[in-house]
Design a protein around this ligand. Structure first.
Ligand code: S3P
Length: 183
C-alpha cells in the first residue's frame, strides 16, 4: 500500500520517458489516479487529433513529420497550467528542444528497461513501425542510441526489469515525495 501519495502535490508535470514497452502508459495512468491529476499519453493525443494510428502516420507522412507533431504535443502538455502525468513516446527525447524543455519544466522519470526484457514484453502486433523487422535487434540498437538521451533528460531513473508495475509506481512516488511541496 502506498502511504506517500496523499502528501504529494505536483508543482510540475510528471513526465515518463523510456523505450517502447517499458510501461510508461500503464504506470502513468496509475500515477495520475493516485495523485488525482489528469493523464495524457502523447501517442494517444497524436492519434486522436490525426484520426490515424501512429503506424499510419509513419507510413503516410514519414517519421520526421511524426516527430515534429510529437515535439509540439509534448510542449503543449508540459506548459499547460495544471500539471498532469504525461507518458511520452519512446523517441520523444530525440528532439533536443524537447529534452531541454522537459528537463527545465517537468519532473522527468526514465523507466529503464533492458532491450532483452522489452523484446520479451512487446507483442509483435504491427503497432510500432520501428520494430517491423527483427524487433530484438531494433530494440538493442534504439536503446544504445537513446540511453544517453534518456539519462541527460531524466531527474530520476527507475529500473523496471522484473519489477511489478505497482512497485514501479511506489518508487516514483517515493522519489517525488523527496522533492515536492507537502500539501
Ligand atoms: C516510438 C515509440 C512509440 C511511438 C512510435 C515511435 C519510438 O511509443 O511513439 O511508434 O520511436 O520509440 P511508445 O514508446 O509508447 O511505444
Amino acid at each position: 500500500m502506498t502511504v506517500v501519495a496523499p502528501t504529494i502535490t505536483l508543482r510540475r508535470p510528471l513526465v515518463l520517458i523510456g523505450m517502447m514497452g517499458s510501461g510508461k502508459s500503464s504506470v502513468g495512468k496509475r500515477l495520475a489516479t493516485v495523485l488525482s491529476v489528469p493523464f495524457a499519453d502523447t501517442d494517444a493525443v497524436i492519434e486522436a487529433r490525426a484520426a490515424r494510428t501512429v503506424a499510419e502516420i509513419f507510413s503516410t507522412d514519414g517519421e520526421a513529420a511524426f516527430r515534429a507533431t510529437e515535439a509540439s504535443v509534448v510542449a503543449e502538455l508540459v506548459v499547460a497550467e495544471n500539471p498532469s502525468v504525461v507518458s511520452t513516446g519512446g523517441g520523444a527525447v530525440l528532439d533536443r528542444t524537447t529534452r531541454t524543455l522537459l528537463h527545465d519544466r517537468a519532473t522527468v522519470v526514465w523507466l529503464r528497461a533492458s532491450p532483452a526484457m522489452l523484446a520479451h514484453r512487446i507483442a509483435p502486433d504491427g503497432t510500432r513501425p520501428l520494430l517491423a523487422d527483427d524487433p530484438a535487434a531494433a530494440l538493442r540498437r534504439l536503446a544504445a542510441e537513446r540511453e544517453p538521451l534518456y539519462r541527460e533528460t531524466a531527474h530520476h531513473i527507475v529500473d523496471v526489469d522484473h519489477v511489478a508495475r505497482r512497485v514501479v509506481v511506489e518508487r516514483i512516488l517515493e522519489a517525488l515525495a523527496h522533492q515536492e511541496v507537502p500539501r
